[in-house]
Ligand binder design. Structure first.
Ligand SMILES: C[S@@+](CC[C@H](N)C(=O)[O-])C[C@H]1O[C@@H](n2cnc3c(N)ncnc32)[C@H](O)[C@@H]1O
Length: 246
């Protein structure tokens, strides 16, 4: 019996956005441990595996990282191949590396299968080019909230750059983020916010630093959401009718 962990990136939400390699991993799984942002439809590819939900939904009990780590090792020992199905890419704000390290400290190997990250895919799906020749030369992906619950200091640095800035886990700190960007950018600086990207309940709001907060309140945008700031947001409006659909 093969005893290992396979970290699989499930993509941003739409189950069709997992890779073929990810599906093949599910087919050989004895146990699938999956997170809240992962579509349960993907479990159909692992009909003989034991499913274990590790995420948080509607305030219900969820597994803390230590519990997840121990659960992975216990299940490798007991059942063999454990697939850890994580939203987006396991190594982009995904804590996949911590899981691989813990597993290694118990003498088991980890294989990693990348996933399509929300950090880039959600913009693309909305026709927002994260880079565009002549407009932006880089992309800055940051978390809005650090492990201590504070606003990341990188956001102020990012606001001073010409990069397209993509902020994950930042919707709860939107007011602070707008305030920081307003120090360095004009009021009409473009911003887009995408909640539940690629899913049936997706919401997209586009605006400018001056009006986005109100729009977000009106449309009741909550987590999970990403914030995209940069001139490229306006590029989408040139040819896309999907954007501003709310
Ligand atoms: C813990 S991070 C995991 C990121 C993931 N590893 C990835 O590569 O996309 C979770 C955050 O990613 C963003 N996110 C992930 N999936 C999303 C989606 N479908 N729609 C909007 N935001 C999403 C949100 O900011 C959410 O709070």
């Amino acid at each position: 019996m093969t005893k290992k962990l396979i970290l699989v990136g499930a993509g941003p939400g739409d189950p069709d956005l997992i890779s073929l390699k990810g599906i093949k991993a599910l087919q050989q799984a004895n146990v699938v441990m999956y997170d809240a942002l992962v579509s349960e439809e993907l479990l159909q590819y692992a009909p003989n595996a034991i499913p274990i939900f590790c995420g948080k939904r509607a305030g219900a009990h969820y597994m803390k990282q230590d519990e997840i780590n121990s659960c992975i090792v216990e299940n490798i020992k007991k059942h063999g191949t454990v697939v850890r199905l994580k939203g987006g890419d396991p190594f982009v704000f995904g804590r996949g590396q911590e899981e691989a390290e813990f597993v290694a400290s118990h003498g088991f190997v980890t294989e990693v299968i990348p996933g399509i990250s929300s950090a880039t895919a959600l913009a693309t799906v909305q026709n927002i080019p994260l880079t565009k020749r002549g407009i932006t030369e880089s992309i800055w992906v940051t978390t809005g909230t650090t492990s201590c619950g504070e606003l990341s200091a990188d956001i102020e640095l990012a606001a001073q750059s010409t990069a397209t800035v993509v902020i994950l886990m930042g919707i709860g700190k939107l007011a602070e983020i707008i305030q920081l960007f307003t120090k360095y950018k004009t009021e009409n600086y473009p911003i887009a916010i995408i909640q539940n990207g690629t899913l049936a309940n997706e919401k997209v709001v586009c605006g400018q630093l001056s009006n986005i907060y109100q729009k977000v309140q009106e449309q009741n945008i909550t987590a999970p959401a990403i914030i995209i700031l940069g001139k490229v947001v306006d590029c989408a409006q040139i040819y896309a009718c999907k954007i501003n659909k709310i």
